[in-house]
Design a protein around this ligand. Structure first.
Ligand SMILES: Nc1nc2c(c(=O)[nH]1)N[C@H]1C(S)=C(S)[C@@H](COP(=O)(O)O)O[C@H]1N2
Ligand SMILES: [Mo]
Length: 230
């Protein structure tokens, strides 16, 4: 536990490095405490499936070289050979999907601001498949209430409420700014969503599991707000 907590997170990108210099503690925790209250109060309204977050024009995009890459391992995680995405849990149809299969599904593009609790934000355009599309193909069994995303770097994971995962602006993204996702940003596949803070959006995805129970998350288990709504 303490080893995990003291592990230094790495951040790449000149702008981010400047922003975070001398910022190894988590000043955001009190902010999160305040947010939790806000989330509980507005959750039902904010995550109504009909309510879309406003998307931003291309002119708002952050220069990609200035978009921070933020990951917990010491070096940039690289894509394992024969990478696939497993979809399972309480579903009628478990699936093992290749990147090629994901890229042939209905594509959704999304440009909204990314908010990291460490104090930076940035804008890019993301391209991928809605999680709701994956759920439709897998056919959820009754009783699914949560979705857990798992990653191949250091057992990073995060669990989400089903409503946020099914939101039309929650994607499994394989592209960024018109090109395939780079290793710094979660290649080959990551979660990107208009409705969650950065740490909820698992990069380097390996599994999506539809579950009846709530699990935690890499940062959530260390005190970050579980809901993590924007
Ligand atoms: N697998 C994995 N996903 C992750 C992380 C990570 O370290 N590993 N960091 C999270 C945090 S704290 C943020 S802010 C975003 C950063 O995404 P970016 O590197 O594309 O900016 O990824 C999130 N998802
Ligand atoms: Mo973050």
């Amino acid at each position: 536990m303490s080893e995990i907590i003291t592990r230094r997170k790495f951040i790449v990108g000149a702008a981010a490095a400047t922003l975070l210099a001398g910022c190894d503690t988590h000043p955001i925790k009190s902010f999160l405490g305040a947010m939790q209250h806000w989330n509980e109060k507005f959750e039902g309204f904010v995550f109504s499936p009909n309510r879309l977050a406003p998307e931003l024009p291309a002119s708002d995009a952050t220069l990609e070289s200035a978009f921070p890459s933020y990951f917990i391992s010491d070096t940039i995680p690289t894509v394992p050979a024969n990478w696939t995405l497993s979809v399972g849990g309480m579903v009628e149809r478990e699936m093992v999907l290749t990147l090629d299969q994901l890229q042939k599904m209905t594509r959704t593009d999304l440009r909204v601001r990314h908010h990291c609790v460490e104090g930076w934000s940035a804008v890019a355009s993301w391209h991928g498949v809605r999680v709701s599309e994956i759920a439709k193909l897998a056919r959820l069994k009754p009783g699914v209430k949560y979705v857990e995303f798992n990653s191949f770097d250091e057992d990073y994971f995060s669990s989400w409420d089903l409503g946020s995962a099914m939101h039309p602006q929650t994607l499994l993204a394989y592209g960024m700014n018109g090109h395939p996702l780079g290793s710094g940003h979660g290649a080959p596949l990551r979660v990107y969503s208009a409705v969650k803070l950065g740490y909820k959006m698992c990069k380097y995805l390996t599994e999506v599991n539809f579950l009846p129970n709530k699990t935690g998350g890499y940062w959530e288990d260390q005190g970050y707000d579980w809901f993590g709504g924007v």
